[in-house]
Unconditional design. Sequence first.
Length: 594
Amino acid sequence: MFVFHIKLRNITLSQKLAAYYHALRLDFSTAAYLSVIPLLIYTFWYFTDREKINFNWARKYNAIFIVLFSLISVVNLNIYREWGSKINSRAVEFAIRTPNESLASGASSPILETLLALIVLLAIGFYLNFVLVKRHIQFYKTPLWAKFSITILTLTLNFLLIRGVGNVPNSQSMAFFSTHQILNHASLNTEWNLVSSILANGKIKKNRYIYQDQKLADLEVKNLYHVEKDTTISILNTSKPNVVIFILESFTADLTKTLGNENGITPNLDSLAKNGVLFSQIYATGNRTDKGLIGSLTGFPTLAVANIVSWPEKMQKIPAISRKLYRNGYQTSFYYGGESEFDNYKAFILGHQYKKLTDRNNFEKKDISSKWGAYDGLVFNRQLADANKTKQPFFSTILSLTNHEPFELPVNYKFGSADNVQRFKSTAFYTDSCIGSYLSEAKKQPWYKNTLFVFIADHGHTLPKNNHEIYEPQRYHIPLIFYGDVIKSDFKGKIFDHTGSQQDLSATLLSQLNISNKDFRWSKNLLNPYSKHFAYFSWDNGFGFIDNGHAVTFDNLGKSVLYNNKPEDAKQTNQILNTGKAYIQSVYQHFIDL
């Protein structure tokens, strides 16, 4: 923050100070990792009969890390100056593989400033090491039970500092708190981030899914997204409406009457489908919320065993609806009742031009009565209240939460609570009722007539029918509905039944707003008559591909077909299987190259 103080000129002092507070969690975690070896050695000596031990070696242990961390810190400053990102595995790999080019890249770095920073860090580090670390440790006679108690306490505390306290383990998102990226980067512990990046990168250096020549795979995918004409069916009566996207937790198509033939669970959503625009053959790109969030808002596919949210620096490079709309004059906001740090949501949100983030930390403790956070009704109402004070046009995303295990409710369970099926249906009914209440109140607001509401699930679910395996396409079938007064009368009640993906929301929405979607390479416009009708999805061990209703799923480990709804068509089956293999190979390679 001192080195890049010029970039901080227009940021308030309170926000700058907040960076130090939000840095603490990963700083403590880093310190706890470094303390493991001294703590274990100390614990061993603690249970011996010696009264005094030499602890001078700990100074040498510290000295190694003082030098190493000081060097990393000054290198990080120069990398950040050139790349705009913190030192990571790519920088290390670049330095090892091309040392001459690395030196050339660093030639423009200010040498005196770098040396001064290094000297200051080393001097302070060695001074504190000399003052704080004793040469000897004196043990006093302690009962065995007390030794065990103290040992358990210290080891537990160290573990909690490493992992973090609460439901969510430590991740880079813990340091993200601001819409100013430089503050987030300042708060993010340099060494913690570097090691995390190296460990994560070790898993992705090679493409896991090589099924054919890479150029042929890329060509196959390119042909999938090729259209004879870049056009769209325009269903809106305005090109710059407000946009509110509801990403609904576990709202499988099976919950609805319209798509799943279930009565009474989602009366409001079924009504929206009848009075809005329904895309009836849409499939989630994965089976978890982190994958659904990225798929819906960026159009980026899932990677089977991996997901891009685990690599924040790669995630920053993919486009997002929020970033596009912000650059086109929209006020942007994100609402979630849970912890936004979970699965690096926060890193995605703040890194893609969402200028306002509301999560469980913005609600009073009395309102956090479920294990996951604030119930949907409170979150929906908060967004509604804020929308009334927001300048138009605005773009807001609401990620619901209540319809998640363990299916807790602040009200009576509509369908009972004896088993998970009843609880799941009841929480879905609750969220659906919150949607109805939200829209009833929104209709009274002046901004309502100029607002497009989009409803989509984050992923499917085996419930309520409880008969879909992870590899079956029905598990991924989800609703997608466009609704609002901004929809032309001719299209209200219209159903588009071509096969599509959750990933396609990005290109489809942006096309309606006359905003270019060319950088969303994995998303197609569902309202372009020339778009091909396909969907891809994946889970940890495999992938599925659907082409015009013909679905094939494949186990990447067992190398076998798990599902085929048209086995009699062997030629088409082989074609779909080959296309699916090309797709997962191509997207994983794109991920590696980011």
